[in-house]
Design a protein around this ligand. Structure first.
Ligand SMILES: O=C(O)CCC(=O)C(=O)O
Ligand SMILES: [Fe+2]
Length: 337
């Protein structure tokens, strides 16, 4: 197990006020995590976009409705070949199962130094600790990735190629009812401004649940996620946490903060988190569809804007400050008018 980051030691080193780590694990706060009810996300069959006018319009309407009412939906017949998904899963597992000492090396894969992340260095209490590791890769960096891992690089390239096309299509469909010009994404989201995140959620060594990812919203226009069959993704809907039922055929799509701002709150960037399993590790890959850092995002439509305009650069900077000061991202509410 030389690939496993030292989760347990780091977790134990987090100072506690009045309780022991073991006592906290059996406390009410931790136990109630397991109560999330399972839900199936709205299902969109994208093959309907290629049928007649009526089916196409209904499909587009269903997408906009899901973005408005759930902020999350799943798509099938999405055009990402199973072969590409399978090799992504294979390469991802191989990557995370490399020795921890290599993964933390500065020039590992020839990616930027903060690309590999594990745990949560900023955690000031147990509930902020993450029992997971990730490679957060700017698409900008992929061409210069280390050729020592050729098959990983070519798999990432193949995956990104199809998923970025899907992200753009979905964004354009979502833009239509808002009256946002269909060229908007072509103009503002160059192919290399997006991100890919490979996630591994390590099995937790004790019975009570801990987070793989704490509650958050995504900082992008939209996210496309492929998760394996282990489960653990939860969304906050109608005042409670609901567990997303895995579907082997589907990709998950969720609205990010930038689309919520652009749509003036019509599409919802909702909170989600990942709870880890006890016996098995879980893998997921997320594609974050983003504009260039200096594009000004402003709300569309005739209604008074809920949020002031901002750039992604500004938004990320604010998030960094908030995380440093409070341990958490505050998000869109920082930009309320
Ligand atoms: O692992 C998942 O299912 C979700 C990942 C996620 O929310 C993220 O990377 O932002
Ligand atoms: Fe997320």
């Amino acid at each position: 197990m030389d690939f496993e980051p030292p989760f347990q030691q780091t977790w134990k080193a987090i100072p506690l006020q009045n309780s022991s780590h073991e006592a906290l694990l059996t406390s009410h706060d931790y136990d109630k995590l397991s109560l999330a009810e399972e839900c199936e996300l709205p299902m969109i069959d994208l093959s309907h976009l290629n049928l007649g006018h009526l089916e196409r319009d209904k499909c587009m309407n269903d997408i906009a409705q899901a973005a408005n009412q759930w902020g999350f939906f799943q798509v099938v017949n999405h055009g990402v070949p199973q072969k590409v998904i399978k090799s992504m899963q294979y390469e991802q597992k191989r990557l995370f199962h490399m020795p921890f000492a290599e993964k933390v090396e500065k020039n590992f894969l020839n990616l930027s130094s903060n690309c590999y992340r594990w745990g949560n260095p900023q955690a000031t209490c147990l509930r902020q600790f993450l029992w997971s590791e990730a490679f957060h890769i700017s698409l900008n960096e992929i061409p210069t990735m280390n050729d020592l891992h050729k098959s990983l690089k070519s798999t990432i390239e193949a995956f990104v190629k199809v998923v970025s096309g899907l992200a753009k299509n979905l964004a354009e469909i979502l833009a239509q009812p808002l009256g946002v010009k269909s060229i908007y994404f072509e103009e503002n989201c160059p192919p290399r401004s997006s991100y890919l995140r490979l996630n591994r959620y390590a099995p937790r060594p004790f019975p009570s649940q801990v987070f793989g990812l704490v509650s958050h919203t995504d900082t992008d226009f939209l996210t496309i996620v492929h998760q394996d069959q282990v489960g653990g993704l939860e969304i906050f809907k109608d005042g409670r946490w609901m567990a997303v039922k895995p579907n082997p055929e589907a990709l998950i799509v969720n609205i990010g903060d930038l689309f919520e701002a652009l749509s003036n709150g019509i599409y919802k960037s909702i909170k989600h988190r990942v709870v880890t399993g006890q016996e098995v590790e879980r893998f997921s890959v997320a594609y974050f569809y983003c504009p260039s850092c200096d594009v000004v995002v402003r709300s569309c439509g005739d209604e008074p804007s809920t949020y002031r305009q901002f750039t992604l650069r500004e938004y990320k900077l604010q998030t960094q400050i908030d995380v440093q000061e409070t341990g958490e991202k505050v998000g869109l509410s920082r930009f309320l008018l």
